[in-house]
Write a protein that binds this ligand. Structure first.
Ligand code: PAN
Ligand code: ZN
Length: 187
């Protein structure tokens, strides 16, 4: 991993970036408070604390710049809820984002106040996250769900609001598919 210039390369089959400057790894133990079934999460942590997702990013933090990153969200469930990202609002609420699906399948769940919407994602899907919408991705498949995200350099990440309140909907495994249901813990 070196410092990148203005050029980089993504392997469109795997999502692997040739160069990146930031790597974030979120294990089960980093996801305390995010799942309804806390016991199931503790069990998962005890049984080896698996990685839930990894982010490989090239940040450019100034106003007017763009940052981008690839997220690799592994498959699995915690008490019936699929593996997912923490989710966040942008600190600067009016900053939008673009998600591009690369591999696997998932959902992009978005929330603005109490209003919720979502889009299914797979290889080639492009989803526009408008300004003011919080966003969380969810792996609804049985292989890695991989996507590229491009966002304003000065967007910033507010994790606190979602960590405290959650999303109004959660995504659970149902048969071979998924169901999107009201979050009983939503505040
Ligand atoms: C994405 C996310 C990435 C990880 O790059 O940061 O998928 O999700 P969390 O940040 O919620 O842990 C993005 O939306 N950037 O703005
Ligand atoms: Zn974002």
């Amino acid at each position: 991993m070196g410092i990148t210039g203005d050029m980089n390369e993504i392997d469109l089959d795997t999502g692997i970036l040739d160069k990146y400057e930031d790597k974030v790894v979120r294990k089960a133990s980093n996801m305390r408070g995010f799942y309804g079934d806390e016991e199931a999460l503790e069990k998962l942590i005890k049984s080896g604390d698996p990685i839930i997702y990894e982010v490989y990013a090239v940040p450019r933090e100034g106003e007017g710049e763009l940052s981008y990153g690839v997220t690799i969200l592994h498959p699995g469930t915690v008490g019936g809820e699929f593996y997912m990202t923490k989710g966040h609002y942008h600190e600067k609420r009016d900053r939008a984002e673009i998600y591009i699906g690369i591999r696997g399948e998932g959902l992009l769940l978005m929330q603005n106040g109490d209003e919720v919407k979502w889009e299914e994602m797979k290889r080639g899907t492009i989803v526009y996250v408008p300004p003011f919408w919080a966003h969380r991705s969810i792996n609804t498949g049985d292989e890695d769900f991989v996507f590229l995200a491009i966002y304003p350099g000065d967007a910033g990440h507010d994790y606190g609001t979602i960590a405290e309140k959650g999303f109004a909907k959660i995504v659970i495994k149902e048969g071979n598919g998924y169901a999107i249901i009201d979050n009983p813990r939503y505040r």
